[in-house]
Design a protein around this ligand. Structure first.
Ligand SMILES: [Zn+2]
Length: 77
């Protein structure tokens, strides 16, 4: 029985990371540097502003995904 390598709170048995931290690892694999940029920009604010910033970042991500899909669509054509 060990503690999670990342949060150092949750107990893990076979893996290095707990379920929650494995999700963070997953996001790091997917988005790499974006994860640090978003965390820095969101968590350096107070709670109310954090919520606003989170909404803004989510909207930006959705817009980026849409733009990528539009680009992919036009490449096929
Ligand atoms: Zn953990």
């Amino acid at each position: 029985m060990f503690h999670c390598n990342l949060c150092e709170k949750e107990t893990v048995y076979l893996s290095k990371f707990c379920d929650k931290c494995r999700r963070i690892k997953h996001y790091l694999n997917l988005y790499d540097e974006r994860v640090y940029i978003i965390l820095d920009s969101v968590l350096s604010r107070d709670n109310q502003k954090q919520d606003n910033k989170i909404k803004l970042e989510i909207n930006n991500e959705i817009q980026n995904l849409r733009n990528k899909q539009i680009k992919r669509g036009s490449e096929v054509d």
